[in-house]
Design a protein around this ligand. Structure first.
Ligand code: ADP
Ligand code: MG
Length: 242
């Protein structure tokens, strides 16, 4: 029988024993986690602990050396990003790279070719992410915060059941962080599962209570954010600046 999550729902995404090395460096080492529909799972860890690599491997940008990615009960390990997008998994990038010479709307149209189901109109989406009225601007004219919002819209336009969010909060001011937290919470309330990589724990606390802490590619803690900040090993890893 399949395991059920704390919420009693079948996980929409399950990752087992996921591992990936780059030469002699083991960036991911036996990571297991799962997320249920509408659940937000925080992923934290020091710089270089493998957070982005996990997102890269789960989203199909890199192939794992070992382990499995199961989406909606289906083995999708090693599938290409566009195929995963169509199956209902998408991600945002720590550093968004829109097609700079294309307009906001054109950027969305490119992503939309890989849409699965449950897609909103571009106008609705741009309003949701707070860049309504910028449809015809070139992406190169957008500031860093607006590019993050476009990147979120790009991922959401494919109608993901699972959204992987990589450091959306970095570089944003307090007001914008609050807006982003509301935005992500609203998306989760529609049933979208999320893994949110975040350094800003105050921001993360607005989104979820549950976190996985990575260190050197391995999970060292799974539980509440509150408990994580009091866990001796977690504290050591962060203070040690690993
Ligand atoms: P985080 O997102 O937690 O800061 P990363 O997943 O980006 O960490 O990186 C984990 C480790 O893997 C780091 O040591 C990083 O230098 C290395 N790494 C990540 N991607 C590559 C790559 N494409 N080639 C070589 N090394 C990489
Ligand atoms: Mg990273």
């Amino acid at each position: 029988m399949r395991e059920r999550t704390a919420e009693g729902l079948e996980p929409v995404l399950a990752v087992n024993d996921l591992s990936r090395s780059f030469g002699a460096l083991t960036a991911l080492d036996g990571v297991a986690l799962e997320v249920a529909p509408g659940q937000v799972l925080g992923l934290v860890g020091p710089n270089g602990s493998g957070k982005t690599t996990l997102i890269n491997v789960v989203s199909g940008l890199y192939k794992p050396d070992r382990g499995a990615v199961v989406l909606g009960g289906r083995q999708v390990t090693g599938w290409a990003p566009h195929r995963l997008a169509r199956m209902g998994l998408n991600r945002t990038f720590q550093i968004p790279r829109p097609f700079k010479d294309l307009t906001v709307l054109e950027n969305l149209a490119v992503a939309h070719r890989h849409a699965g189901g449950g897609v909103r109109t571009a106008q609705e989406l741009l309003a949701t992410v707070g860049i309504a009225g910028m449809e015809h601007r070139r992406a190169s004219e957008l500031n860093a915060s607006q590019q993050k919002r476009l990147d979120l819209a790009r991922a959401v336009t494919t109608g993901p059941k699972v959204l992987l969010v990589d450091e959306l909060g970095a570089g944003l001011g307090p007001g914008e962080l609050d807006e982003m937290a509301v935005m992500l919470t609203e998306l989760a309330s529609t049933g979208m599962a999320m893994i949110v990589v975040e350094h800003l724990l105050g921001f993360l606390a607005k989104l979820t209570e549950t976190v996985v802490v990575l260190n050197a590619g391995s999970p060292i803690f799974t539980g509440s954010l509150q408990a994580a900040t009091q866990d001796p090993e977690v504290v050591k890893v962060f203070l040690g600046g690993a």
